[in-house]
Design a protein around this ligand. Sequence first.
Ligand SMILES: Nc1ncnc2c1ncn2[C@@H]1O[C@H](COP(=O)(O)OP(=O)(O)O)[C@@H](O)[C@H]1O
Ligand SMILES: [Mg+2]
Length: 318
Amino acid sequence: MLTHEKAVEFFQKNPALSLSVIEKEAGLPSSTLSKAVAGKRNLNDKHLQALQPVVTKYGFKDQQHAKAKVISIINHKGGVGKTTTTINLGRALSILGNRILLIDMDSQGNLTQALGIDELDRQVVNALLQSEPLPLYSIAERYDLAPSDLELAYADLELVQAVGGVNQLRNALAPLRPQYDYILIDCPPALNIFTNSSLVASNSCLITLQPEASAMKGVSNLFDRIFQVRDRINYELKVEGIVLTMVDKRLKVHRDMIEYVYKSLGDFPIFKTEIRNNVTIKESQIAQQDIFSYSENSNGAEDYMNLAKELISGSYRK
Ligand SMILES: Nc1ncnc2c1ncn2[C@@H]1O[C@H](COP(=O)(O)OP(=O)(O)O)[C@@H](O)[C@H]1O
Ligand SMILES: [Mg+2]
């Protein structure tokens, strides 16, 4: 992520760059950059958003993102906002200037369908079983997808039996990590080989929770699985945080459940941003678009943008 300080430092270290040319390319008012470098003004979020792709072209490299951070979006239950979060958190991060790859690890292929990709000739399963490169589809600027459909379901047993099968996704991602800032993996609603493979390939996992009465059922199994993968295979795996989704604060059951989540899972990071229940999100998926393309002023777009900024800032960590 480009910040005011990083931008100024980059221009100071590269005095041969023409500030006026870069301003023009980024569509900034003239002398914005010379004033910033002279310490006479701050670059705001809008400036930085416009600048990031331009300075990247001129060689700016964010050390923090020399290699993509890989995050599994996970929950053992279906219908709790995993796929929706993968799509829209990913898009928000890309709008903020990050290069994003989404991986569909659910054989239901909801992520793939929701982004309007069908009739797959190559998909994730080919990379898992035949060690082919992951197929990449460009959906929008800095926003790519490695898709799946039902074919993936048939790979289950073969992947379990293959030597090192659970490492195959990590192997397939390795050559791609320098090209992206974040890789988000949409996990299936089960603790199966595909979820295990995702956790093995990840730096961290982000758990979506819908504050319904059944939300906590099986959560201890989910955390047990995360810690087993961490203790046995992927020592660096972290819990990125818990995101509450489809929240309706008018409902007492939601307010009570959220309180209960903070009480019982408060040792883990919990994102301050809650994703409100918002029918526009449902509509956007039927229209096969992310929420920003479908309705950039919706509550859904606002919440996912806030979630992305919170993720980048790391402020949810204690
Ligand atoms: N914040 C939200 N507001 C309203 N509907 C939502 C929201 N998030 C997800 N949905 C809808 O809920 C359903 C399940 O979400 P999904 O992301 O597919 O869950 P999962 O991937 O965990 O199975 C989908 O129809 C989706 O459009
Ligand atoms: Mg899903």
